[in-house]
Design a protein around this ligand. Structure first.
Ligand code: DHB
Ligand code: FE
Length: 281
């Protein structure tokens, strides 16, 4: 049986990817941020999952306003790296796990979630920056990746509650898969940030701290936050935090926080990162 052993959350700021790719991680601006991920890289190397389910959002790279799937599950063998305007990031191609991905599609769709099955999809900084932060610069990513792309770009996004419930359905799907796989699930994006209009640069540290404090023990409080509250309290891009809640829903109720890191500034974003482990690893 496959099982989810742990969850990781992390912001996915594109400038973090650029700092890695250009060898700038030890610059004064970035050093503390990258130091904060050193224990996580060690944790990732020791944990050695077979597969990572990576919940992220596309930023108009694979999808445009022509087609806006709320939940798009990557079922392909490979996912090319998107060109976001400066050429694709120099990172390894992402290898999928089609058998597990199709199984998750079947299980969650029959559980009444409307998943879009995607067999061709370029992946952008939303997916590659978290991989770089947790794995460094390997010649190949050390696990297969099942990408799950969530629409938080065009209103209306799915609610945190729906994402949390889909997380639970993903857990059930993984536990019903008949291969012995150790799975880690990533929920990426956040924390508070606003990239546009009058409040560009907006950050809310107390909101972010509360969100992190409640992730492990009281996520049922966080799922009550609606889209307008995210907009008001966490900025227009703070809605990315619903993807943290999908990760949380996929973990056991009594999952434990084993690491957290928070730093401002990271480009325009409050960079937040947590590792939660299931008791039964
Ligand atoms: C930034 C953050 C994001 O989440 C993103 O998708 C793009 C830019 C930023 O802080 O610059
Ligand atoms: Fe983003």
């Amino acid at each position: 049986m496959a099982r989810i052993i742990a969850g990781v959350t992390t912001s996915h700021v594109p400038a973090i990817g650029a700092a890695i790719d250009r060898g700038r991680t030890q610059d004064e601006y970035w050093k503390q941020l990258f130091d904060g991920y050193e224990p996580s890289k060690k944790w990732m190397a020791e944990t050695k999952p077979d597969v990572v389910i990576l919940i992220y959002n596309d930023h108009a790279s694979a999808f445009s306003l022509e087609i806006i799937p709320t939940f798009a599950l990557g079922c392909a063998e490979h996912f090319p790296i998107a060109d976001e305007g400066w050429g694709p990031r120099p990172v390894p191609a992402v290898e999928g796990h089609p058998d597990l991905a199709w199984h998750i599609a079947q299980s969650t769709i029959l559980d009444e979630f409307d998943i879009t099955i995607v067999n061709k999809m370029a992946v952008d900084h939303g997916l590659t920056v978290p991989l770089s932060l947790l794995c460094g610069q390997p010649s190949a990513w050390p696990f297969k990746v099942v990408p799950l792309c969530v629409n938080v770009i065009q209103y209306p996004p799915p609610t945190g509650h729906r994402c949390f419930m889909l997380g639970k359905a993903i857990r059930k799907a993984v536990e019903g898969f008949d291969q012995n796989l150790r799975v880690v699930i990533f929920g990426t994006g956040g924390m508070s940030h606003q990239l546009q209009s009058g409040r560009a640069g907006f950050i809310n540290k107390p909101f972010d701290k509360h969100f992190m404090d409640e992730m492990a023990r009281h996520p049922e409080e966080l799922v009550k936050i609606g889209p307008l509250e995210y907009l008001r309290e966490a900025g227009s891009e703070g809605i990315e935090l619903v993807m943290w809640l999908m990760m949380r829903g996929a973990l056991d109720d009594d999952a434990k926080e084993v690491y957290r890191f928070y730093r401002v500034p990271a480009s325009n974003t409050a960079c937040g990162h947590m590792i939660l482990e299931n008791p039964r690893k």
